[in-house]
Design a protein around this ligand. Structure first.
Ligand code: L34
Length: 295
């Protein structure tokens, strides 16, 4: 069996086309241009490339992006000061603080400073709480992108066993919550595995849907996958490779070449979940501006 390769780039392109129309309509009907403040502290090369991609994606669909690149030695107070200013700015409907932050800054304090109504990452405890009790909120971008990919590929989640590897606040915990919730793209029976899980393969082999967000290449090998399963690879790992122009190649957390012969569906890296993460940020920003325009 050879898996259907889930094309995240194409899914992202289609959703962005819809968002472009929503943005144009918002401008024509209400005179509102959605605005996203992008905040990056420091020089992490991967973060820089994600943030640049996010700003480019905003420009492509007509969202105004306000670029805030701060030096590595920015203090927590300065960063929180900037967030307070952005909270007050009526042109800004979404605030994205790219993670991870430098070690001297307390990530939790920074997230807590963001106005929950502008928290387009869905990381503020108010939004995390709303999501977990089924209230309307901004859904976190990577988990939301994963559910969208499952839905547009008609991959049934209801009554299925979904196994998630990784318990991060950004991916593992929220994607487990979305897969379990009583809603379309949910209703799965969910097992959350992590670094303390014993006999990981015993769980993964039961998975109809396997979401891998361990942050480690080859976490999932072919022998760990049930034939026909949907395998969603969230990893983005840079592996040194001098045969590539950039000096590295990207691999996910799954042994793609071997697993694609066992799985029913699989997301590639690059071109799978990554482009959807960016698209859902745009989606949330448009949603935020739309809600503001209705007030
Ligand atoms: N606040 N911090 C905040 N929000 C987020 O949603 C993120 N995340 C994660 C890291 N920190 C964050 C992202 O934006 C991961 N992430 C992210 C975004 C985009 C891509 C990967 C991770 C992406 O576009 N990946 C491309 C390849 C990019 C490349 O060539 O380096 C892909 O096709 O997978």
């Amino acid at each position: 069996m050879t898996a259907t390769i889930i094309d995240g780039k194409l899914a992202a392109k289609n959703l962005r086309a819809q968002l472009t129309e929503s943005v144009a309509k918002l401008k024509a009907d209400k005179g509102v241009v959605p605005g996203l403040a992008v905040v990056l502290v420091g020089e992490d090369p991967a973060s820089k490339s994600y943030v640049t991609a996010k700003e480019k994606a905003c420009a492509e669909i007509g969202i105004y992006s306000d670029d805030n690149r701060l030096p590595e030695d920015t203090s927590e107070e300065e960063l929180i000061g900037l967030i307070h200013k952005l909270n007050q700015d009526s042109q800004i409907h979404g605030i994205l603080v790219q993670l991870p932050l430098p070690r001297h800054i307390d990530e939790n304090k920074v997230i807590m400073a963001i106005d929950p109504d502008k928290d387009v990452d869905g990381f503020h405890p108010v939004n995390v709480g709303r999501m977990n009790i089924g209230q309307p909120c901004f859904l976190p971008c990577t988990p939301h992108g994963i559910i969208h990919l499952l839905m547009i590929n008609n991959i049934e989640t209801k009554g299925k066993h979904a196994v998630v590897i990784g318990r991060s606040n950004i991916v593992g915990k929220p994607v487990a919550a979305l897969l379990a919730r009583k809603a379309e793209g949910g209703n799965a029976t969910v097992t959350l595995c992590h670094t303390a899980t014993k006999n990981l393969a015993d769980f993964t082999r039961q998975a109809d849907i396997l979401v891998v967000a361990s942050g480690r290449p080859n976490t999932v090998t072919a022998d760990m996958v049930k034939p026909g399963a949907a395998v969603i690879d969230v990893g983005v790992n840079r592996v040194e490779d001098s045969s590539y122009e950039k000096g590295y190649r990207l691999v996910g957390d799954v042994d793609f070449e071997a697993v694609k012969d066992v799985a029913g569906w699989i997301t590639p890296v690059p071109g799978g979940v990554g482009p959807m993460t960016i698209t859902m940020l745009l989606y949330n920003t448009v949603q935020s501006a739309t809600m503001k325009a209705q007030c």
